[in-house]
Design a protein around this ligand. Structure first.
Ligand SMILES: O=c1[nH]cnc2c1ncn2[C@@H]1O[C@H](CO)[C@@H](O)[C@H]1O
Length: 322
């Protein structure tokens, strides 16, 4: 029997403790081929995201995978960014003082790289977007064919019919660049959004962490070092005895969509006022009496439920066997 072709994924990432987890899960998943990591600000600034991406690939002994640096500012060219170092540490990886990576990112910039790869493999690349959507929006602006050429964009972002995590209205990745997010949601690309309404159901407990600690998995052991800060943040902010697996859930949705259920509709992002960054979903079933900002916009898929025990089990399995 011939080998089943692996799904080609590009992870757009701002590592980030849960990003590190997602990247390692991806590297341990035989179903996918990680063709590059592109970087973005969010949990850290973009230069640090690049450094951390290179570092994580060195830890995983996968320096064959290129790192491509992304935008240092929002699509509106704002450089005053909201960085979640209080969740991930000053270094983005739990304040562990890791050595500088030896490798370097490639010369090309992330938006051009994304455009080029989508052209090279039309319909066959999945972008797993784990941070603000700036690079992807820039790729859409660079090439009118990009939304058609890209296979799918699975994004971790939004808070659908629930409160956000930056403030009651907005989730962190969308809040990081709301204008970019609105461009992506309305681009016509095949989009699957995994919001915190879903990822807050996927809790990785103290007991799961113990399983990582007691395992022989190389990447499991590494993650145990950086998870401490993420756990204490969750204990303080959410009073949970565990952490939310945001990025690993989005990554696994890209690998095996049947782990979640979805609905379809139009998503717009609020870009002004106190609800800046809010994602508003229209299921398009109601016929409004007038034309709205949602009318005739392309539909996207939005995750509704998730098989949390299965997600945690797969994450554990991929890390313990690393
Ligand atoms: O309270 C928070 N504020 C800002 N960012 C957060 C918070 N909690 C988690 N994340 C980070 O933002 C993404 C999910 O929204 C994840 O990458 C997560 O690590």
């Amino acid at each position: 029997m011939g080998e089943v072709e692996k799904k080609k994924i590009i992870i757009d990432t701002d590592p980030g403790i849960d990003d590190a987890m997602a990247i390692f899960v991806a590297l341990g998943s035989p179903e996918v081929e990680v063709i590059a990591l592109t970087t973005i600000f969010g949990n850290v600034y973009t230069s640090l995201a690049t450094k951390n991406a290179l570092h994580l690939l060195e830890v995983a002994e996968r320096t064959d995978i290129p790192v491509v640096e992304g935008s240092h500012m929002t699509i509106m060219k704002a450089t005053k960014l909201r960085i979640a170092d209080f969740v991930h540490g000053k270094d983005g990886l739990g304040n562990q003082n890791f050595p500088q990576p030896k490798g370097k990112c490639i010369e090309q910039l992330a938006p051009e790289f994304l455009v080029e790869q989508a052209k090279l493999h039309p319909g066959n690349i999945t972008i797993v977007a784990l941070g603000p959507l700036t690079n992807i929006a820039l790729a859409i602006q660079l090439d009118p064919e990009f939304s058609k050429n890209i296979g799918q964009i699975v994004l971790l972002g939004g808070a659908f019919s629930v409160n956000g995590n930056v403030n009651p209205a907005a989730e962190a990745n969308i809040f990081g660049d709301p204008e970019a997010a609105d461009i992506v949601f309305t681009s016509g690309a095949d989009i699957l959004a995994v919001g915190i309404n879903v990822t807050h159901q996927v809790v990785f407990t103290d007991n799961d962490r113990k399983k990582l600690e007691e395992s022989e998995g190389k990447l499991a052991k590494y993650l145990c070092k950086i998870l401490g800060l993420y756990f204490s943040y969750h204990r303080e902010a959410y009073h949970t005895k565990g952490v939310y697996l945001h990025d690993p859930t989005a990554l696994l949705a890209a690998i095996n969509p049947s782990l979640l259920t979805y609905t379809e509709g139009v998503v717009r992002v609020q870009t002004t006022g106190i609800t800046r960054g809010m994602t508003l979903f229209d299921n398009t079933l109601k016929k409004y009496g007038e034309i709205t900002e949602w009318t005739d916009k392309p539909k996207v898929k939005v995750a509704v439920t998730v098989d949390s025990p299965a997600i945690v089990e797969i994450v554990l399995d991929r890390l313990i066997n690393s």
